[in-house]
Every structure is written in structure tokens, then in C-alpha cells.
Write a protein that binds this ligand. Structure first.
Ligand code: M6R
Length: 609
């Protein structure tokens, strides 16, 4: 997500913080800003676009000081503009704040603050946090106390860094579910969202624990808890080089992004499910008349289309809403029949895929309602769709999509629940499914614990000449994505199809040494899946089944089984089976010496036909 930087010491803090932000550029961002103290108070410089834009602004006003904080923003609430860029001031311009994460209750807080006369310049949740903390600070308490009181009012994920005019020798930081590290230097101290931004200055770091408040001065770092009690300071020495640090210590961005999925699953739903299990997408859909929609067309490419197919399954099963999926490239030239009562959904991580954008423009010409499910805020598809729901997955660097896929499917599930809620469909257990969505991050975390087993498996199967990926129901759609991961990064041919289709042709390809991966989370069709597994084995194939913990039948038949924690809804179990498939693709590719983050012939964003 966004990048955080901070410095206090004898060097020119403005230069240090700018350098730190440069070292975080690899993460992706769309605006940047810096706040520092000089004689007249807190100065904020910020600009949309590349860091060089901020650099130009800094060049026009050269300055020096010993304390600064800086931020590179990847937009979530509000587009990538100068005004929305961080830092943000409080009401009295006494404190400046930078923030990573999402404040879930920012709208409620903002409404209350507006009643009290606060005025807001930006659309961000961060500015609301600045006003909350500023209001506490105005009572005369020290900055760390104002932060402590302020964060008690915030719900959501945050790493917050705050500086003030009244206490010019101090930076205060706090985190909850968003990372923040402190760098311990000689007569200087630093802050950052990621270790690479600290490495040129120090290798001694403190990883800030959840809900801990750090008071950082030039010569000391003091940690306190929510009640103001002092906590021990644990310093670690980092040996990683910069390249390893950028990947959070993982060998590749893809592996890092696979491991980010528990957090991403939490981020997708942040602020979108209330305590009663109601889905909160009202802002996106104000004035939208769901009852007028009688058909959905989902249009996307690659992984995004696979996410769309999961949505088709759900929209039809849960909502009885007829849904078709189209490859964007086929849709734009295929002269599709479009009902005026249809909704066209465009799914895209980048928001810039040329075929999807052209298909979107076609729908707009025909006056069809359009909805974007997009990761990159302010991208072309996000801007041009009538409505857009952001997937909130954070920047994805590896060409092979992993966390963007899980975020897209989670977002589409939220959308399905929202439609059921608006249409008051009694058969859809919205609060129960919503409660399960809240637990998906924890289940994903458990599944990542299967990695050592997957590594062993990858060692055994990495030379297989052909992989099948199959399933039934929602598993059949996840199988498509599992296969794409393996072929794009390990360059191994795959056949992917619903398991029931196998006998209609693909079975001819099964012979000794062929590997078949089955998603087997759909309990209604377990017997059928088991028969399909036996058919593969009878012809010399080896079966890997990914199934739920309580499933002894599949386990008895499969040659190898990976088990995921049980849940009450098959389609959520099915989504989770993608994690072992991603890990398998990754480790097979790694063991075979493939170029993982940038596979041959492929690009992250396909902006040409
Ligand atoms: O940016 P988009 O989601 O529109 O990209 C669509 C596809 O190019 C993309 O999903 C691609 O299939 C994946 N990167 C493959 O892992």
C-alpha cells in the first residue's frame, strides 16, 4: 500500500525523507507529500503524480530542518489529487498526519466533526483522523496522549505518524494492522512503513507492535501502550540487502503477495460490513435501482475473468440473476445482444487493460449501465464506469495475479450480498455469510501454513509433463485460475475444465506421470468428484485433492491431499483452495528455475490489443 517515511536528527530531514520515499517507489503510488517544521510552523508540500513532481516543488522552496515526515499515497478514499495527498492538517494546523490503511468509521466521525464546525479539504479518511487527533491535542495534552485518545475513536487498520507545531522535537507513531518500523540511528531516528526505507541509515530496527504508541525524538524512542504504560524496546539487527528487503524478506514479490492475502481479505471488507452483518455499499449505489436489472454481463480478461466466473456462479445460485461472462476481446468485436435492463461489470486489477476499456466504451455508447471492480484508484476503467467498487488489495507487482484475484472475488461476494440485501431476498443469509467473510483472513492464514507440504509436493511433481486442474461448481472456476498460475510462471502445459467435461475429450491426454489437481470443496458433488479422481488414476495419473478438513472420503481416494479449514459455505471454501494452487505454481516454478515475477512474454498491464 502507501509508503511512510519519517526522520528526526542532525541531517536535513527533508532530503532524508525524500530519499526514503524514493526507496519505497517500487511499491507503486500515485501522489506524494512531505511535512516539516520551519520557523513559521508546519510546512506541507504535496503533489499528485510521480515523486519527481514533489521534488520539483521542493526545488522551488529549498529549506532545511531536523524533523520531517513523508508519504507516498496509493489512493483508496478519494482520487489521486494534490489535495488528497498526505500529509493532512488538523482543524487548527497544529498537527500534520500521514496514514496507511483504512479508517472504517471515518464517515460517522466526519459527520460528527462537521456538526462541530470542522471543515475538510480532502475526501480522505486520513484527514478525519487528523481532525480527531487535533481536537484532542487542542485540550493541551502532550502529542502522544492526543494520539492515544484519538485512536480510541478510530476503527479500522492504520499506521499513523503525527508531528506537531507545539512539540517540535517529537514524532509520534501508532499502528493497528498496518506495518510500521522504526530505525534506531546514532543521534537520529527514523520511521518507515517498510525496511528498505531505513537501510541506508541504520540496520537496527524496532518493529512496532499492534496498538503500541512510539514517541520518537532525536536521541530516544519510547514505547507506550493504550493506557500510557511504558513498554520494553526490542531492537533487531537486519542483515537483508535492499532487494530482499523490498520483498519483505521473501524471495519474490509473488510469494510476498500470496502471503499478503489474509490481510487483503480483511482490507476488502474493511468499512463495508457493519456490526449487524449489513453490507455497506450504499455510497457506491446511491440512486441505483437494482430492481430494474434483469441480467448481468461480466467482461474481463485472464485472472479478472476467472474472478468474474466465480461471481456468475454466485449471482445465479444465490440471486437467481442471469449472468454471462465474456472475454473483453471477444465482447468488443462480438456484437453482443445487450438488454437495456442489463448491468455490465468490468473487472480489472490495473483498470487500464485495453480490451476491457474498449468493451466498456462500447457499453457506454449503447447506454448500458456499467460497474467497475477495480484495484487501481483513478485508473481509466474506474473513472469511466458509472460506478466503481475498489478492491483495496494494494499494489500488485508480480505479473502473476494472486492477491488481486482473491480481492476481486471477495468484492464480488460483497456485491452479491448487497444486491440480496437491497432486494430483501429472504433465502440469502446475508449476515451469516458476512460473518464468514470476516473470518476469511484467518482461514487464509491457516492455509498458508500448508506451504512446507506444498514445497515437498512441488519437489515430486515439478517434472510432470502435463497438469489437469478440475472441480465442479465453484471449484471448476477456481481450477481455471489455478491452471493459469502454473502455466504462466512454470511454463507447464495444463488442461483445465469442469471435472464432468473430462470424459468428453481431455481424458485422452491422461497417461503415466500426468498430474491432476482437484478442487474438492463442493460437498454436494463429492461422489462425482471421487469417480473423476479414480478415472484419472486408472489411466496412470496422480491425483492431488484440495479439500476441507472434515472430508475423509476424498482423502482416502486421492494420492495426496491438502486440507483447508471447514466453513459452512462451499463457495468460500472454493475460493480458499486457490491459495495452495498458487503456492504449488510458485514452488514448481522456483524449483525449475523460472523467472517468477516477470514471466516470459507477459506484461503486468496489457494496454495494447
Ligand atoms: O489489469 P487486469 O486485471 O485488467 O488484467 C487482466 C489480465 O491481464 C490479468 O488478470 C492476467 O491474466 C494476470 N496478471 C495473470 O496472472
Amino acid at each position: 500500500m502507501c509508503g511512510i517515511a519519517g526522520y528526526i536528527g542532525q541531517r536535513n530531514a527533508i532530503d532524508v525523507v525524500y530519499d526514503q520515499l524514493k526507496r519505497l517507489e517500487y511499491r507503486g503510488y500515485d501522489s506524494a507529500g512531505i511535512a516539516y517544521l520551519n520557523g513559521s510552523g508546519i510546512n506541507i508540500l504535496k503533489r499528485a503524480g510521480k515523486l519527481s513532481e514533489l521534488g520539483k516543488l521542493m526545488g522551488q522552496r529549498p529549506d532545511e530542518c531536523g524533523l520531517a515526515i513523508g508519504h507516498s499515497r496509493w489512493a483508496t478514499h478519494g482520487g489521486p489529487t494534490d489535495t488528497n495527498a498526505h500529509p493532512h492538517f488538523d482543524r487548527y494546523e497544529q498537527v500534520a498526519i500521514i496514514h496507511n490503511g483504512i479508517i472504517e468509521n471515518y464517515l460517522e466521525l466526519k459527520t460528527e466533526l462537521i456538526k462541530d464546525g470542522h471543515e475538510f479539504r480532502s475526501e480522505t479518511d486520513t484527514e478525519v483522523a487528523a481532525h480527531v487527533i487535533g481536537a484532542e491535542y487542542a485540550s493541551g495534552v502532550p502529542l502522544e496522549e492526543a494520539v492515544r485518545r484519538g485512536v480510541k475513536q478510530l476503527r479500522g487498520a492504520y499506521a499513523l505518524v503525527v508531528m506537531s507545531k507545539r512539540e517540535p522535537g517529537k514524532i509520534v507513531a501508532v499502528r493497528n494492522a498496518s506495518p510500521l518500523v522504526l530505525g534506531v540511528g546514532q543521534d537520529e531516528n527514523l520511521l518507515a512503513s517498510d525496511i528498505p526505507a531505513l537501510l541506508p541509515y541504520t540496520r537496527d530496527i524496532v518493529i512496532l507492535e499492534e496498538n503500541t504508541i512510539a514517541t520518537v525524538t532525536q536521541h530516544a524512542i519510547v514505547l507506550t501502550d493504550g493506557d500510557g504504560r511504558e513498554l520494553p524496546l526490542k531492537t533487531e539487527h537486519i542483515e537483508w540487502d535492499v532487494a530482499a528487503a523490498e520483498k519483505g524478506g521473501y524471495e519474490h514479490f509473488m510469494l510476498k503477495e500470496i502471503h499478503e492475502q489474509p490481510d487483503v481479505m480483511r482490507q476488502v471488507i474493511a468499512g463495508r460490513i457493519d456490526d449487524e452483518g449489513n453490507i455497506r455499499l450504499d455510497k457506491v449505489f446511491s440512486d441505483f435501482v437494482w430492481h430494474e436489472i434483469d441480467r448481468v454481463n461480466i467482461i474481463a480478461c485472464g485472472t479478472a475473468l476467472h474472478a468474474g466466473m466465480m461471481a456468475k456462479h454466485l449471482f445465479e445460485k444465490l440471486l437467481r440473476l442471469p449472468t454471462d461472462c465474456y472475454y473483453s476481446s471477444e465482447f468488443r468485436y462480438g456484437d453482443p445482444v445487450l438488454s437495456p435492463r442489463s448491468l455490465a461489470i468490468f473487472i480489472s486489477q490495473s483498470g487500464e487493460t485495453a480490451d476491457s476499456l474498449a468493451a466498456l466504451r462500447l457499453c457506454k455508447e449503447k447506454r448500458i449501465r456499467t460497474l467497475g471492480i477495480v484495484n487501481v484508484v483513478g485508473s481509466s476503467i474506474a473513472r469511466e464506469c458509472d460506478r466503481t467498487i475498489y478492491t483495496q488489495a494494494g499494489p500488485e507487482i508480480s505479473v502473476a495475479s494472486t492477491k488481486a484475484y482473491t480481492a476481486q472475488v471477495m468484492t464480488l461476494i460483497l456485491l452479491a450480498l448487497y444486491i440480496a440485501q437491497v432486494k430483501e431476498m429472504p433465502g440469502v443469509r446475508v449476515p451469516e455469510i458476512a460473518a464468514e467473510l470476516k473470518g476469511m483472513g484467518d482461514r487464509a492464514k491457516v492455509i498458508l501454513g500448508l506451504e512446507p507440504q506444498v514445497v515437498k509436493l512441488a519437489e515430486q511433481v515439478r517434472r510432470a509433463p502435463l497438469f489437469f486442474f478440475m472441480g465442479r461448481g465453484a471449484d471448476a472456476y477456481v481450477a481455471l485460475e489455478g491452471a493459469l498460475k502454473l502455466k504462466e510462471i512454470a511454463y507447464i502445459p495444463t488442461v483445465e475444465c469442469p471435472a464432468g467435461e473430462m470424459k468428453h475429450g481431455p481424458l485422452a491426454l491422461v497417461s503415466d506421470g500426468v498430474m491432476a489437481v482437484f478442487g474438492a470443496s463442493e460437498s454436494d458433488v463429492r461422489d462425482k468428484i471421487v469417480s473423476n479422481m479414480r478415472e484419472i488414476q486408472a489411466r496412470g495419473g496422480t491425483v492431488l485433492a484440495i479439500t476441507t478438513e472434515d472430508d475423509a472420503i476424498v482423502e482416502r481416494v486421492a494420492n495426496v491431499t491438502l486440507k483447508i479449514p471447514n466453513g459452512p459455505f462451499d463457495f468460500l471454501d472454493a475460493l480458499l483452495t486457490i491459495i495452495p494452487m498458487q503456492l504449488l505454481a510458485y514452488h514448481v516454478a522456483r524449483l525449475n528455475g523460472c523467472e517468477i515475477d516477470q514471466p516470459r512474454n507477459l506484461a503486468k498491464s496489457v494496454t495494447v490489443e
